[in-house]
Write a protein that binds this ligand. Structure first.
Ligand SMILES: *Cc1c(COP(=O)(O)O)cnc(C)c1O
Length: 638
């Protein structure tokens, strides 16, 4: 196996970066039932090569420039193999003391490496802080939100002892930027708290005044701000929220400030890249993922808190069989997160840090930054293209001058060719292509190769589109319906399928993660049958990538609303229960491909218009529906 792994990584560039298969490819290749008797290892490995590998997207491939890097290195792989061999389950100190103690030590190392204030470290004597390895940044965000929620409710219980926790919970409100990762929305949804998604500035950075103004308004409305999520290195364009401005606002309102630096935080090991950390002293918690940008294999997301007791108070349950006699003196990481069982993940980090040294890791980060700048310079030299946001770290967002659909077309043809792999993002109302330096040992040649492929496809694009137009015309002569089906170029499918749901999505990139079909036209074609019925129900309209509802949308929603009202008047069974169920199902599905928004409850239409326009200017649908329920909760309180 070790030889196979070495061979795989050495010769990875002989493979296609993305698989050339269609959904369901594996089912016919494997038996329907598991083998009754054990099989030989050689047979299994033969199937790995012939059946599994053809369906693998090779994230370590030098032509892989999608998402963010997936950390990988031999020291990390070997550290993980050792962890698997030891196979301990380190939920408490006693369950495997080295597993806990190494984690605490390595997290203090890393905290110092990225320049965190001492208050976040576990060892300084007066410190209440400390770090922990979680499975993902999403977990770090969720767990920090739970801690903030528990802390705020505990505080409120002191000042309002007679209030029920549920009533207090209904007042809590969290904040993040439109550019925050979708895991924030998911965390708020799971924690049952309101979330207000704020507009960042023109550099995609959330600013203090926007937050302060909104918080003041919300307090006036009787809501209680309790949590602010900021991002240092956003997923779509690696922008940084301004925590130096946001910190004092959080302090003023006694609100938990979390900094999600999943990708960007790794770069803080280079002192010259620490600018965006200014204000970190205001943070209650911070996370970054060495499994993105520090040569460490998934899973490895590190989280630090300034006050570990605030974290564990939200998560402690202590049945007798898990207690041990050193509970007072040692850390029991089971209280720092959701799972009980924990792997020995600190080993791989320890291996990586020791094998490369801080300098080796800094060199790696700086090299990726340099290569991104090299790519940027190539884009800037070609006046058909533009760079769409300031280039930070290893990420460049660029696009062809032209429409969104031309850019979608360009990206989908590049991806379908299997020569490069990239994903898009939506910046403002622009569809942009993200180019990320990912491979550990990426070189100038790799960057130039990628640029040449992109430039070549851009040149071919005009020809291709002209050809398409001819094909379409030919088909049209025969049958209008057939034409409908055959013109499902990727962008058109996206257009129609998701016009409604997409406008509630903050980032096209996030969408790509959950819907990998849209960049492979072959797959799209195979799915086109199932799109027909949906298309029929959807109108033509504005640009797909617009993020917030327009006046036209309001009109549409009002139509639904009017319909609901008239149905109601006619007594056609639209009970308020139905409306509420529809509303909550819309809330849940905004995370995926969603149906149209539900009709609003009956109200005079003029009032509904002003409500809707007001609400859409500041809230997402998620906030929106929760707020619609707010008055009812207040009534309950009486
Ligand atoms: C990648 C990313 C995440 C999600 O990370 P997981 O570890 O997969 O949950 C969250 N936030 C940001 C800013 C990211 O870039």
């Amino acid at each position: 196996m070790v030889d196979y792994i070495a061979g795989y990584l050495d010769n990875i560039s002989d493979r296609r970066v993305t698989p050339n298969i269609e959904p369901g490819y594996l089912r016919p290749l494997l038996p329907e039932d598991p083998p009754l008797e054990g099989e030989s290892f050689n047979d299994i490995m033969a199937d790995v090569e012939s059946k599994i590998m053809p369906g693998v997207t090779h994230w370590q491939h030098p032509r892989f420039h999608a998402y963010f890097p997936s950390g990988n290195s031999y020291p990390s792989i070997l550290g993980d193999m050792l962890s698997d061999a030891i196979g301990c389950i380190g939920f408490s100190w006693a369950a495997s003391p080295a597993c806990t103690e190494l984690e605490t030590i390595v997290l203090d190392w890393l905290g110092k490496m990225v320049g965190l204030p001492e208050a976040f470290l576990a060892f300084p004597e007066t410190s209440k802080g400390g770090g922990v390895i979680q499975g993902s940044a999403s977990e770090c965000v969720f767990v920090s939100l739970l801690a903030a929620r528990a802390h705020k409710i505990r505080e409120l219980k002191i000042s309002h002892p007679e209030e029920d926790e549920g009533a207090l919970l209904s007042k809590l409100i969290a904040y993040c930027s439109k550019e925050a990762h979708s895991c924030v929305e998911k965390a708020a949804m799971m924690a049952f708290t309101k979330l207000r998604i704020l507009e960042p500035d023109e550099n995609h950075s959330l600013r203090g005044d926007v937050l302060a103004e909104q918080m003041a308004q919300d307090k006036e409305m009787g809501l209680i701000p309790f949590y602010v999520e900021t991002t240092l290195g956003t997923t779509s364009c690696c922008s940084f929220d301004n925590i130096k401005e946001i910190g004092p606002v959080c302090e003023k309102y006694d609100v938990w400030l979390h900094c999600d630096a999943a990708y960007g935080g790794n770069s803080f090991i280079c002192p010259e890249l620490r600018g965006p950390m200014a204000g970190i002293e205001y943070a209650s918690s911070f996370n970054f993922n060495p499994n993105k940008f520090m040569l460490t294999n998934f899973d490895c997301s590190l989280m630090w808190v300034r006050d570990r007791f605030r974290l564990t108070q939200a998560l402690v349950v202590d049945p007798l069989y898990l207690q041990h006699s050193y509970s007072e003196q040692s850390i029991d990481y089971r209280h720092w997160g959701i799972p009980l069982s924990r792997r020995f993940r600190a080993l791989k980090l320890w291996f990586v840090i020791r094998c490369y040294g801080v300098q080796g890791l800094q060199k790696y980060v700086r090299e990726h930054c340099r290569l991104a700048k090299l790519f940027e310079s190539l884009v800037l030299k070609d006046d058909r293209f533009e760079v769409c946001s300031p280039v930070h770290l290893g990420l460049v967002c660029f696009r062809l001058n032209g429409s969104n659909s031309v850019n979608q077309k360009l990206l989908s043809s590049i991806n379908a060719s299997g020569r490069l792999h990239m994903v898009p993002a939506s910046l403002g109302d622009k569809y942009v292509i993200r180019f990320c330096v990912c491979a550990q040992n990426a070189t100038d040649d790799d960057i130039e190769y990628a640029w040449n492929v992109i430039a070549e496809f851009a040149t071919d694009l005009k020809e291709l589109m002209a050809e398409d137009a001819i094909t379409r015309k030919d088909i049209k002569k025969g049958d209008v319906k057939v034409e409908e089906e055959n013109t499902d170029e990727v962008f058109q499918m996206v257009d129609r399928k998701n016009r409604r749901s997409l406008r509630y999505k903050r980032s096209q990139f996030v969408r790509m993660v959950s819907d990998n079909n849209i960049y492979n036209p072959k797959i799209v074609r195979s799915l086109s049958g199932s799109q027909k019925s949906r298309r029929a129900t959807e109108e033509d309209g504005s640009d797909v990538t617009s993020n917030s509802p327009t006046i036209a949308d309001l009109g549409e929603i009002l139509c639904n609303f009017e319909q609901a009202v008239s149905e109601h008047r006619r007594g056609v069974s639209k009970s308020s229960g139905d409306v509420e169920a529809a509303a909550s199902s819309t809330t849940a599905t905004t995370a995926d491909n969603a149906p149209a928004p539900a009709p609003a409850p009956a109200k005079p239409i003029s009032k509904a218009v002003s409500d809707l326009s007001e609400r859409f200017s500041v809230c997402t649908l998620v906030n929106d529906l929760q707020q619609a329920k707010q008055p009812r909760i207040n009534e309950l309180n009486k």
